[in-house]
Write a protein that binds this ligand. Structure first.
Ligand code: ES4
Ligand code: ZN
Length: 323
């Protein structure tokens, strides 16, 4: 039985973590008060945890936290706090996703500048390395997504390694985002997308065939389609799965079973915290819980620690140093 101390100290990496889902309730309340933003009750009265009953309520809180981050300094503070906290649990690398479209009062470059300042300070203090994924919010549609990618390309930063797609899976099919993904690919950015978390497996097939993604975020619905499962076992495209979920309506056991089945099927899968402040704890807690439920050996734990690094979009030299 692996000890919690060992799993906490084990150097870990994650590629699927939303910056705005890393803001603890206390910090969100402070930012919301400073900027006069109204937070949903579940973000104000749950103490150290947000309180919500399902994905839609969780997303509502997430969007309110987004509205509470209104200056480059807010982005810097939130990035710094979240990375230093995660490093205490052994995190060495994180790909940070953020949603520029959810922060209309700021320019893209102000947001990235804030994240980079916080990330630099966290790396100096705690040794944790990070890169940025610019996430398209499905609900704003294809045209806005294309404009966002244009904005990304107009303000190049080597730390911005990829675009992603997230938000409500009911809000827009992957086909809407082909132009945005084509433009990003042509500029050398990597491509990822949330699919198969709440939506069905056809979303995942469209992300592969129409968007040409290099990675799949979540992807549990692959278990429901033998052809997709066989295809992605063969290609070994990385899946960024998320273990702990605090959506009370969702069955945590069901998610654990899905992740176990994906591992058993031979998919290239790593574990991620997703929204550590909102729907689950920091990555070391996921590792501690997964080790119990999947009966990990030391080799299994090391395999998952490496899988997170190998799924990353950082340059080869950085991946080599982290390995
Ligand atoms: C998200 Cl877990 C998840 N899924 C979709 N969109 C999101 N935004 C933040 N977390
Ligand atoms: Zn996510």
């Amino acid at each position: 039985r692996l000890s919690a101390d060992y799993l906490r100290a084990l150097p870990k990496a994650e590629v699927h973590c939303h910056l705005e889902g890393c803001v603890p309730p206390k910090t969100a309340v402070r930012l919301a008060e400073r900027h006069g933003v109204a937070l949903p009750a579940g973000a104000r009265d749950g103490g150290d945890r947000y309180r919500f009953l399902n994905f839609d309520e969780g997303l509502e809180i997430y969007l309110a936290v987004c509205r509470s981050m209104q200056t480059a300094g807010d982005f810097e503070a939130v990035t710094y706090e979240s990375l230093v906290t995660a490093a205490e649990g052994g995190l060495r690398y994180r790909e940070i996703a953020f949603n520029p479209q959810n922060h209309p009062g700021l320019t893209y470059d102000e947001m990235v500048g804030g994240i980079l300042a916080g990330a630099r300070a966290a790396q100096e203090e705690a040794g944790v390395v990070s890169r940025i994924v610019v996430a398209i919010n499905r609900q704003f549609g294809g045209e806005a997504a294309l404009n966002l990618v244009r904005d990304v390309l107009a303000h190049p930063h080597p730390e911005v390694v990829a675009i992603g797609l997230d938000g409500d899976e009911k809000a827009g099919r992957p086909a809407e985002f082909v132009a945005a993904y084509d433009l990003a690919r042509a500029a050398g950015l990597k491509l990822t997308a949330h699919a198969g978390e709440h939506g069905d497996f056809t979303e995942m097939v469209e992300c592969l065939d129409l968007l040409g993604v290099d990675r799949i975020d979540h992807g549990y619905a692959a278990l429901l389609d033998p052809a997709l499962l066989a295809r992605t076992v063969a290609s070994q495209i990385p899946y960024s799965a998320c273990w702990f979920i605090d959506y009370p309506e969702l069955e945590v056991e069901g998610r654990r079973r899905d992740v176990a089945a994906m591992a058993a099927a031979g998919l290239n899968m790593c574990l991620n915290s997703d929204d550590p402040a909102l729907i689950g704890p920091e990555l070391h807690e996921d590792f501690i819980d997964a080790a119990v439920h999947l009966e990990w050996t030391v080799e299994d734990a090391e395999k998952y620690a490496l899988a997170g690094i190998d799924a990353s979009f950082a340059d080869d030299a950085t991946v080599g140093r982290l390995r």
